[in-house]
Design a protein around this ligand. Structure first.
Ligand code: IPM
Ligand code: MG
Length: 366
């Protein structure tokens, strides 16, 4: 039976992938991820069909909207989406800009119903030296942040300004249903890991957090094999630096998840190596957690590993190509261990495409 099961997933497959390179270093890092996907398709006889679509500042410049309908339709008709980065300083420096690239990302997440954002944090031995944290603290860290992505203060209503413009407000609201669906995802993740979920909230102050605790606690009673723990976000922000090995699956709402995942990325040694996946009920999205890093755009110096690892997550979760995903993860680890790294890691001397080439080389000799 087991052999039959494995065989089913080992056969060659055809997959349609929407490619949204976006802004800044997005195009460069996604090109390296495509290079790696092509090496996989050649070796394992898969066919990956890529359809490029515009998003972010690139889309505003071309058609006046950060997430054009055409892009949305390409995403809906694909088996998975691989996304680079979004953001351009020309909009950041203009507080009156009506349209911003980031709106494209938020609109895409919301329209595709991508409520569960998975951000794995792992400490690679080759990066211990470049972490500002001590090795004995970050050694063997392996946890995942499960961030709610389409609710809370990011999307709440009302939001805006009072008539005289002197007061601003962003409502934060969550329904039981929104909390429950992501809670189920977090418990499912924990089941395949160390079987522990930590809910981060601010239940000592916020009504929304109290509802989170209520819903999560009730669901937890139906999942006795998973340990549940509750922590206030402020003290968790401290614990994540002091004893990061204590975490397995961190479950949290949108804004807390945004903040804690950037903090957690320091443990990994570089923001340039952290991938992410976003799931809903339709197609899934894979993206590096780093931003568009405009200062590096076009210079061939950005770290492509987060994009490459995002492609590996896509193979694992959307296409169930487990061996292929593992081969990429192993090749990335070898690339790091052999010092083929970009300047964000230990002042590495390799360029974006040289690092991509090395990953392909290790894949081919595997
Ligand atoms: C992230 C980013 C986005 C967010 C921005 C670019 C809108 O910081 O994916 O973490 O806040 O969600
Ligand atoms: Mg963020």
């Amino acid at each position: 039976m087991i052999i039959l099961f494995l065989k089913t997933y080992n056969k060659s497959m055809k997959k349609n992938i929407a490619i949204l390179k976006g802004d800044g270093i997005g195009p460069e890092v996604i090109n390296e991820a495509i290079k790696v996907l092509n090496a996989i398709s050649k070796k394992h006889n898969h066919e990956f069909v890529y359809t490029e679509a515009l998003i972010g500042a690139a889309a505003i410049d071309a058609v006046g909207k950060p997430y054009p309908l055409e892009t949305h339709n390409i995403c809906l008709n694909s088996d998975a989406i691989l996304f680079g980065a979004i953001g351009d300083p020309k909009y950041d420096n203009d507080p009156n800009a009506k349209i911003r690239p980031e709106q494209g990302l938020l609109e895409m997440r919301s329209k595709l119903g991508l409520y569960a954002n998975i951000r794995p944090v792992k400490s690679y031995e080759a990066l211990w030296e470049s972490s500002p944290l001590k090795t004995h603290i970050i050694k063997d860290v392996d946890f995942v942040v499960v961030r709610e992505l389409i609710g809370g203060i990011y999307f709440g209503s009302p939001r805006g300004r009072s008539e005289d413009g002197k007061i601003a407000f962003d409502n934060c609201s969550y329904s039981e249903e929104e909390i429950l669906r992501i809670t189920k995802r977090a418990f499912d993740f924990a089941r395949n890991r160390k079987k522990k979920v930590t809910l981060l909230d601010k239940a000592n102050v916020l009504a929304t957090s109290r509802l989170w605790r209520e819903v999560v606690a009730k669901y937890a009673t139906t999942q006795p094999d998973i340990e549940i723990e509750y922590s206030f976000i402020d003290s968790a922000a401290m614990h994540i630096i002091q004893k990061p090995r204590a975490f397995d699956v961190i479950l949290t709402e949108n804004l807390f998840g945004d903040i804690i995942s950037d903090e957690a990325s320091v443990i990994g040694g570089s923001l340039g190596i952290l991938p992410s996946a976003s799931f809903g009920d339709k197609v899934a999205l894979y993206e590096p957690i780093h931003g568009s890093y405009p200062q590096a755009a076009g210079k061939n110096i950005a770290n492509p590993l987060a994009a490459i690892l995002s492609a590996a997550m896509m193979l694992e979760y959307s296409f169930l190509m487990l061996d292929e995903a593992k081969a990429i993860n192993d090749a990335v680890e070898k690339t790091l261990n052999n010092g083929f790294v970009t300047e964000d890691i230990n002042n590495g001397k390799y360029s974006t495409n040289q690092v991509g080439d090395k990953v392909v080389e290790f894949l081919e000799e595997d």
